[in-house]
Design a protein around this ligand. Sequence first.
Ligand SMILES: [Fe+2]
Length: 286
Amino acid sequence: MQPQIQAFYDKPTSTYSYVVYDALGGHAAIIDSVLGYDPKSGRTDTASAQKLVDFIRERKLTLDWILETHAHADHISAAAWLKKQLGGQTGIGAKITLIQQTFKQLFHLGDDFVADGHHFDHLFEDGETFPVGKLTMKALSVPGHTPADVAYQVEDAIFVGDTLFMPDIGTARCDFPGGSASELYHSIQKFYQMPPETRLYMCHDYPPATRGPLYLVTVQAQKSANQHLAGHTSEAEFVELRRGRDKTLDMPVLILPAIQINIRAGELPAPESNGVSYLKIPVNAL
Ligand SMILES: [Fe+2]
C-alpha cells in the first residue's frame, strides 16, 4: 500500500514536518514537529503544530506515532503538546540515551533526570519495523549528524532527517557532540544503495534566493548532483569537505533551549515552586 504524505514547512526554523497516513479515516504518524519558540521572550507558540492537528482532525485520522529523527538543535519538538491534543506514542532512535547522557552533563541535570530514554514511549533499534495502520514503517540508524539519528522508511519513501539536504545545499553538519563526518558518509551510502527512484524527504531546506523551499528528491538526483556527497565522492573527500565547512558554522540560535526540551521528548523542565519552567544557559561550557 502506498503511503499518503503531507509536508508542512516551518519557515522560522526551515524545518519540514510530515504527516504520513494510510487512508482517510485511517492511521497516521507525525515526523519532526515544531513548537515555535521566541528566544527573546522565552515564549512558545503552537501555530506550526496546530496545522498538523487541523490536518489530522479534518481527515479523521488516528495518530499512532509522534516520531523524531533525532534530538534537534535548531528547533523545539512539539511532540509533548501534540500527544496531549491527539494521543499517540512518541518515538526516537534508541541511541538517544547517549545524547541524554552528554547533555545531562553539560546542563548539570540532577538525579531526577535519568538518561535512559524513558521520556519517550518507544526507542527504535536499527531495522525495527512498526505499523501505521495498514502501512509498515521501518527505522534506519543513520548516525553522523548525531550518534542517535534515525531515518524512517515506508515503501519507497524515506524521511531522511539531518543527513542529506537538497542537492544544491548538501549535507548536515557533523560537529555536535558525538557527530562524525565519516559515519554520516556511511549513513548516506545506505540511501545511495537503494533503487534510484527511491524518494527522499528532507528534514530541512535552506533555499537560496533563486528558489522556494523544496522537500522531495530522488536518490538518483542526489547521487548525480549533491554538492557535498555525490555518487562518486570518496569518504576522504567528503570528510575533509565536511570538517572544513563545520569549522565555519555558528551554533544554531536555539541549540541551548531546544536540546533541553528535546531530550525530554518535548516536555519543558518540571516547573519550579512558582509554577514556571526554567531553562539553563551553561556559560563557557559548550
Ligand atoms: Fe538536526
